[in-house]
Design a protein around this ligand. Sequence first.
Ligand code: IFM
Length: 462
Amino acid sequence: MSLAPAPATASLLAANVPALRRRDFPADFRWGCSTSAYQIEGAATLDGRAESIWDRFCTVRGNIRDGSSGAVACDHYHRWPEDLDLAAQLGIGAYRFSIAWPRILADGAGKPPNAKGLDFYSRLIDGMLARGLEPWATLYHWDLPQRLQERGGWSHRDTVDEFAEFTDVLSRRLGDRVRRWITHNEPWCSAFIGCYDGTHAPGLRDWRTALQACHHVLLSHGRAVQVLRANVPGAQVGIALSLHPNSSASASAADVAATRRYDGLRNRWFLDPLYGRGYPADIWALCGDNAPRMESSDLATIAAPTDFLGVNYYFPETIAHAPNDGPMSARVVPTPGAERTDLGWEVSPAGLLVLLERLQREYGAQQIYITENGASYEDHPAADGTIDDAKRCLYLQQHLLAVREAIERGLPVKGYFAWTLMDNFEWAEGYTRRFGLVHVDFATQQRRLKHSGAWYRSFLRE
Ligand code: IFM
């Protein structure tokens, strides 16, 4: 598709947002967009791709709001040159994507990898490099091979070995061109939404399974770091966590304690072991007999030093004591007066600042990349085809102001990746929610730049 001339930055900058200029960010700040394989690729049964837990999950009536699946999605598997053109024309220098495990180790560990799957990613990466886009590869963005789920998925320790082999295969083949690696995207979702809430694949609702799965996801991260260090000299390795600043609904001792517990599972359960502190003792005690089974070296493996922390930031949470609400006896309650996106997520750029300060203060994070940030709003193409997504523009601008403020306060934020390049399959919400800078008409696969994309482009091109 051809891009419309960029509207002047000023004309797209919401009236109440102070001047935002690229040159106010460090010259080496990385600007990018993120995507993930299952959400955009489609071609679910093509070229030897095996079934993933999401393919299976989508077949169950009621699991996906509109009954859809990622079988076709944005058909990026075939349309990737056009999509990379779009990304490059935005003016970003970095493109974060994920690699579908079922395309690579379709038949299982120890069996030859699927050459067609590897070739696809090899071509994709060459395509990025040819367009001046630095590839940021995420190894796991939730599409576990279904064959591994048959024997317990992430709650089975062998999945850790399989992930190490997957990492080995990829890094040997792609490591000559990919320097930036993200092991996992949002382990919280893989473990707790998938295995405790049951609203994501594999759709389980079991606390003990979720805790064990979470441990293995973190362990597999540590193993992948070791493999990447061995195979890719100079690799820059990190993990992308979904993190949420939180505050107590009231000053009551009960709400304050509930907030501490909630934070313990939501944030500290990941950050503490990754930063070498082991699992937080207060939450471990609450887990009782359900606490994960570990081997003696596991915590050291999980704490393998990384080069950066990826932060996926969307919203803060307000917490109240709720004795009957889950293992933490805590509940998320609405923050009075908070503005929300169409997905009901609270809009709070200030929350990002609070979170970034905490990461430096409590964990000494050295290099932080915002690996996802974005908003779901309904988009209505006008008769002339333009898409005036003013709320998304404002959301991006406000969050970038928070990032700029963080940098001015000396926090080590090194890059920002907007979620997401184009509308896509939004998991349990199917195609009913749009996060893209580019609009996708799923009936025709036509891509159209939204005003938010035009704003990002004009901001980046200044
Ligand atoms: O679409 C997801 C993405 O896959 C992971 N982070 C949150 C996004 C919006 O829900």
